[in-house]
Design a protein around this ligand. Structure first.
Ligand code: NAP
Length: 337
C-alpha cells in the first residue's frame, strides 16, 4: 500500500520532510478494523510527533484523523462488517492513518455520519473528541443540560479544536460562550461556530473582558498558548471556577495564582484513553457515534475549510507548513486516492 512517512525530524521547509513509500498492508489485531482510508486531516499533534522523530531509519507514518470504509474486521470485533463507513482519530502510540490502509481499535471508532463526504468527515474526529472530553469529562458540563449560571471562555482562536468546542458548547442551553480571535476573519469564524462574544487574544484577556462588560468566566478552556494566557486567566476566572488546558506548557508554570480562588486545573489529552487502554476506552467510540448523530440532525457541521490535495509527501508538507503558521481557520484535509 502507498503511505507517506517521516524518516527523521526535519523542518517543514526541507524538500524531504516526508517521503512517499510502499509499505506492507497492516495486519489487523483481534480488536481492530482494517480501514480503507479515504480522507485524513492534519493536527498540531502530527507536527509534534514529526519534530520528535528519532533518526533511527524506521519510517513513522503520521495522521490521527481518518474517514473511510472497513475492509476487514479482527476476530474479536462485533458489530462491524466490511463495507461499513467509519471515522476515528486513533492512537498516537500506533502508526497513523496517512496511508491507503490502516488498522484501528474498533472501540475508538464509529460509523461516520451520512451526508458528509469523506473529506468533510475527516475534519472532525480528533478535535471533536478533545472538545467533548474537555467539556463533559473534565469541566463537568452535563451533555446537553442547561447551564444558565455558567460562562465559558475558549481561548484558541478559530482553530480546529476551538471550532469543535464552540459548536458543542452552543448545544448547552443558557451557557454564555466567549471565544477569542486576533483577526477579523478568525473572529467572524468564531462567532459563526457559536461564540456570542469574542475577545482579542493578542491583548490582555482580562482587560478585553472588562471592556466588553462581560461576566467572569466560570470555565476556561486553554486551547492555545497557555504560557501566554495563564496569568490573565487566573485574574479573570470566577472564584471556584475551572480551567482545562489541552496544550503542554513550554516552561515551568506557577499554578499558585489559582489557589486563592480555589480554581481547579484540569488536563485534557485526547490520546490518554488509547495510550493507556483505560477501562473506559470504548467511550471514544461512543462519543464519535453521538457526534455522528448530531451531525446528521444538523446540530454540528464539518469544520473543513480546505482540501489541500491528494495525500502525497508534497501535499502533506504543504499542510504541515500551513498548520505551523498557527493561523489556520477550521481544518485542513487531504484526500487519499
Ligand atoms: N490535548 C489534546 O488532546 C489536544 C487535541 C487537539 C489539539 N491540541 C493542541 O491544541 C492546540 C490547538 O490545536 P488546534 O488544532 O485547534 O490548532 P490550530 O487549528 O492550528 O489553531 C489555529 C488558531 O490558533 C489561534 N491562535 C494562534 N495563536 C494564538 C494565541 N497566542 N492564543 C490563542 N489563540 C491563538 C489562531 O487564531 P488567530 O488567527 O485569530 O490568532 C488560529 O485560529 C495545539 O497546540 C494542539 O497540539 C491538543
Amino acid at each position: 500500500m502507498r503511505a507517506v512517512a517521516v524518516l527523521e525530524a526535519r523542518p517543514v521547509t526541507h524538500p524531504e520532510v516526508f517521503v512517499d513509500l510502499e509499505l506492507p498492508v497492516p495486519e489487523p489485531g483481534p480488536s481492530d478494523l482494517l480501514v480503507r482510508v479515504e480522507a485524513v486531516s492534519v493536527n498540531p499533534a502530527d507536527v509534534r510527533v514529526r519534530q520528535g522523530k528519532a533518526a533511527d531509519g524506521e519510517p513513522r507514518v503520521l495522521g490521527w484523523d481518518a474517514a473511510g470504509h472497513v475492509v476487514a474486521v479482527g476476530a474479536a470485533v462485533e458489530g462491524w462488517a466490511p463495507g461499513d463507513p467509519v471515522w476515528y482519530a486513533g492512537d498516537v502510540a500506533r502508526p497513523g492513518c496517512d496511508a491507503q490502509l490502516h488498522a484501528v481499535d474498533a472501540r475508538i471508532a464509529a460509523r461516520r455520519p451520512a451526508g458528509l463526504t469523506a473529506a468533510e468527515a475527516a475534519a472532525l474526529p480528533l478535535t471533536t473528541l478533545t472538545a467533548w472530553e474537555a467539556l463533559f469529562d473534565r469541566l463537568g458540563f452535563e451533555a446537553f443540560a442547561p447551564a444558565p449560571e455558567r460562562v465559558l471562555l475558549a481561548v484558541g482562536g478559530a482553530g480546529g479544536t476551538a471550532s469543535a468546542v464552540l459548536q458543542l458548547a452552543r448545544l448547552i442551553p443558557g451557557l454564555t460562550i466567549i471565544g477569542t480571535a486576533s483577526r477579523p476573519e478568525s473572529a467572524a469564524w468564531v462567532r459563526d461556530m457559536g461564540a456570542a462574544h469574542v475577545l482579542d487574544h493578542s491583548r490582555d484577556l482580562q482587560a478585553e473582558l472588562q471592556a466588553k462588560g462581560l461576566p467572569a468566566p466560570t470555565d476556561v478552556l486553554l486551547l492555545n498558548a497557555p504560557d501566554q494566557h495563564l496569568e490573565a486567566v487566573a485574574r479573570l476566572v470566577a472564584p471556584q471556577g475551572r480551567v482545562c488546558c489541552i496544550v503542554p506548557f513550554l516552561g515551568p508554570t506557577d499554578l499558585n495564582p489559582l489557589m486563592r480562588k480555589s480554581v481547579s486545573f484540569h488536563w485534557e489529552l485526547m490520546f490518554t484513553r488509547p495510550i493507556f487502554g483505560t477501562s473506559d476506552l470504548a467511550r471514544q467510540g461512543w462519543i464519535l457515534g453521538r457526534v455522528a448523530e448530531l451531525v446528521e440532525q444538523g446540530s454540528l457541521r464539518t469544520t473543513l475549510t480546505e482540501v489541500v490535495g491528494a495525500l502525497s509527501a508534497e501535499s502533506l508538507r504543504e499542510a504541515h507548513a500551513r498548520l505551523e503558521s498557527g493561523r489556520t481557520i477550521g481544518k485542513l484535509v487531504l484526500t487519499v486516492p
